[in-house]
Design a protein around this ligand. Sequence first.
Ligand code: FPP
Length: 241
Amino acid sequence: MPTPKHLAIIMDGNGRWAKARGRGRFYGHIRGARVARKIIEECARLKISYLTLFAFSTENWLRPPEEVQFLMTLLRHRLRRERKTLMENNIRVHCIGDLQRLPQDLQREIKSCIQETDKNTGLNLIFALSYGGRQEITQAVRDLCQRVKNGELEPSDIDEARLQTQLDSSFAPDPDLIIRTSGEMRLSNFYLWQAAYSEIFVTHKNWPEFTAEDLRESLQYFAQRERRFGRTGEQVAQVIT
Ligand code: FPP
């Protein structure tokens, strides 16, 4: 069964899940973090090479300051508490996004987590934090313009491959499968460049109720997709046979 080399997840619906149970949004995030841990371990077990978790978007900075602060503290605690689990599961941590905007203590935690896990050879776990696809592409274009201005590049040197190397996520292949929870059919500024040919699996379940079984269901959906990358079905069949 073909499995995605790179799986990316838009974890949505923590707030709605909590509200439906008469609880506050923070409770939803705590339960969401627990689910993230389970799914990370499951992906490591399934030998998926790359997993991106969209944990905090550029737009999430617009939430009430108490919620932003709560999410930052939650992320810092989880990164510290799960260090042992990451090492035991041979998981290497990466982060993409505008990390400079994060609180200093979270930046320090991220740096030390990246350093400690950088010899691990199993799952590459990518946290998208303060991440926005448009911002990432804009920054890449700005960097390329600077290199042209410095005389290092000609405008004609700029092609898709060159732009791709300037993206935060350039070390990872494009995601093969993107899962989104809570039923919304949109990308919400996530991996805009990288998602060009990604398969998309949307479930109505909110993130805190997403299970390893749901993950397996999404992988089965992926395995049944015919990925044509713009070719005809017949051409794809010829390449495979
Ligand atoms: C979406 O639910 C979730 C977030 C914005 C934050 C994601 C964070 C976590 C799952 C917790 C920390 C994660 C890790 C990996 C340690 P929402 O608040 O947008 O829900 P709503 O759409 O129902 O309001």
